[in-house]
Design a protein around this ligand. Structure first.
Ligand code: TXA
Ligand code: MG
Length: 324
């Protein structure tokens, strides 16, 4: 197991490890990240190794201020507007990479664009302390449920890293929303912790969904967030012995025969549901139930990201289990 330190006591130790080329698990406002120096190829290679992540799946680069961001990505006016409005926060912008940027090529897996985010929380202080951008995917084994607590991260990756920084449960609970501006149009590459409606209200344009050919956000493969149990979505009737992931005040038929019940948000609040999603998925999986049955969750606001993650959790698994 890794050493676990609270955010208050961990800054110097985490900075030392990062500067020596080691990945460290750190809290962000969305999920825990496995952070390493984005300018150091060996450090970045260690992220891929620790996660078992395919190297064609690029990483998000995290910055602590606009000066650092401007040294890495080419901001068009719309991307700049979104950065001004929503950073620091759960939004990732995909931008053309600046030629002069000091980002190791392994971070972007051969793409000529870079995914950039300015997060809040411990990671922001850490970036400012080391003075370098940090590459950080979610802190989970590739294809598994993202970690939203230090304990979950330590159980998954603790044997392969030296330090987990404990900042408590992450407040947003799902990963950042990823968008890409293309000549005044905006494409949603991954729904996440910032609702599409909020982005549209600021941008004045609709987010375009749906993919071009190929893997555009290469991590968006179908099976991901895979628990051990099978996941059944939009259930209105529970079979005896299934574990129930509930939402809102009204229960599906047969709920009393469920092996276990977790309610994402008894009052039906999508923010609360997002914050609980991954920890409750783990908790229900740990009951050993063969099936996790999930009640319907409305698609609006953060519901889009919640339904996206649940669809991936329910998707047929790749034969070799490889995903993001
Ligand atoms: O909230 C988050 O975004 C968390 C925290 C730790 O910041 N990070 C996170 O990273 O979710 P990860 O690696 O689990 O997901 C990053 C996603 C992947 O789907 C990857 O393919 C996509 O970002 N991505 C990275 N660079 C890209 C690029 N240049 N163009 C398109 N997609 C990109
Ligand atoms: Mg991930």
């Amino acid at each position: 197991m890794a050493v676990v330190l609270t955010a208050e006591e961990a800054l110097e130790k985490a900075a030392k490890l990062i500067l020596a080329g080691n990945p460290v698990a750190v809290p962000t406002e969305t999920v825990y990240g496995l952070a390493a120096d984005a300018t150091n190829g060996e450090a970045v290679a260690r992220i891929y190794d620790v996660k078992g992540r395919p190297r064609f799946n690029p990483l998000i680069v995290h910055v602590s201020d606009m000066e650092m961001a401007d040294a890495i990505g080419e901001f068009d006016p719309l991307s700049r507007l979104l950065a001004e409005k929503f950073w620091p926060g759960p939004l990732t912008l995909v931008l053309p990479l600046k030629k002069s940027a000091q980002i190791h090529p392994l971070v972007r897996a051969g793409l000529d664009t870079i995914a950039l985010r300015m997060p809040t929380g411990f990671i922001s202080r850490l970036i400012a302390r080391v003075g370098r951008p940090l590459a950080a995917p979610s802190a989970n084994s590739s294809g598994r449920i993202s970690g939203t607590s230090a304990a979950a991260v330590n159980a998954d990756l603790g044997a392969r890293i030296a330090l987990v920084v404990d900042g408590g449960p992450t407040p947003v609970g799902v990963e950042s929303t990823i968008v890409k501006s293309e000549g005044g149009r905006l494409r949603l590459l991954r729904p996440g912790g910032l609702a599409a409606e909020e982005i549209e209200a600021v941008a004045g344009v609709k987010l375009e969904r749906g993919r071009k050919a190929g893997l555009e956000a290469p991590g968006m493969m179908t099976s991901h967030y895979a628990p051990g149990a099978k996941v059944r979505l939009n259930v209105t009737e529970i079979a005896r012995g299934e574990a129930l992931m509930a939402f809102g005040p009204a229960r599906a038929k047969g709920a009393e025969g469920a092996k276990a019940v977790c309610n994402l948000s008894p009052k039906g609040d999508p923010h609360e549901a997002a914050a609980n999603l991954f920890s409750m998925l783990r908790e229900l999986d740990a009951t050993g139930a063969a099936v996790i049955a999930v009640e319907p969750i409305p698609a609006e606001g953060l519901g889009e990201a919640i339904n996206d993650r649940l669809r991936r959790a329910a998707a047929p698994r790749d034969i070799d289990g490889i995903s993001a």
